[in-house]
Design a protein around this ligand. Sequence first.
Ligand code: AMP
Ligand code: MG
Length: 399
Amino acid sequence: MIHFDKSIELIHDLKIESYKTKKLYLLDALGYVLAEDIVADHNSPEYPTSAMDGYAVRAEDLKRGQLMLSSINPAGSDPADRVREGHCIKTFTGSLMPEGSDTLIPIENVTAENGLIVINEEVPKGFSVRAIGENYAKGDLLIPKGTRIDIAQIGVMASLNIVTPLVFEKPTVSILSTGSELLELGEIQNSDAQIRSSNNYILEAIVRKYDGLPMQLGCIKDDKESITSSIAAAMEQSDIVVTTGGVSVGDFDFVKDVIRELGCEVIFKGVRVKPGQHIMVARRGDKFIVGLPGFAYSSTVTALLYVVPLIARLQQGKCPLHRVKATLREPFIKRAKKAEFTACNLSLVDGEYLVDFEGKKVGTSAILSNMLGDIALLVTSEEDSDKEAGEKVSVLLLD
Ligand code: AMP
Ligand code: MG
């Protein structure tokens, strides 16, 4: 079994030969990773522009106390007139500043009467004028390739008239759970030996939430032939295949053998991590297969640790899960000489993350309900020992 850090390094260092890209209508690109640099092809604004409703003036004229109103300059029209000495032009938010003017005196600062404005309160030169390129200048690299498209990227690309940005295709992720004891959602139970599968559904949710395209293949029995044909078919139709169960050392744990027999190159099998030590990651060309353990908490945590970054890697994105420092509100007992990922309650108090374990059960890796609530995963390494209340620890945020 390898050190946890080594397993993460192996995922990080995977060589990926080719990426699939496509063009998408701007709004449909939300949540995709950009496959091109977005560079400004113009200045924003292109001309000095008014940022308020008021009067375009020459700053040096303000001390005159009153100015003649020459014309009106609405937003959306080219200014017809220029500001002459001793004059002003009524100008609005978004109007181009008329030639000759350098300052906008807001409506609130003047009294307008009989074709004149009286200046009640002066403003400094350049007031409320948006300079050329204030927002961005032509040639600026605004959004680098590899950025996940979120709300601000949509808005900035819209202002650049980018109708169909080039994005990386989201990897398709086939999900299948193995285990002869498993019941699918809604399936009738007829023996106490059966359990309801949660793994394939939580995995589908993880893939969906973290930017993959899930393909739900359901549950299959611990039968080597059907496992082989299901995984082989899944590899044909997807970029990543994720299985649960069957990677441990039991008589019916066929998945680990099937992965090898299908000609996959094993990247690692077995990590000193709790939960999830039997995890297996393999590849065949640019297709990946991740064999997760069967226990519900194990498969969930290991999916977050390995499948989520793999989904990001296949579209040149960054892993969306982050670690932060937090303070323990109660002691933590280190249970294994492995990297451990322990469900904890996370709160943010006065800007500080605090961690406790109230209501969290200690037991096997089957306890998925430990993941309910405002949780994060407390991360300790195999070199760590018990921790005391007040100590700083690292936690993996799930949002
Ligand atoms: P395995 O890794 O196949 O030995 O499974 C380990 C444990 O996880 C067993 O108790 C299984 O019943 C349970 N398990 C396996 N698959 C699932 C699943 N899809 N959903 C929930 N629990 C599961
Ligand atoms: Mg099993």
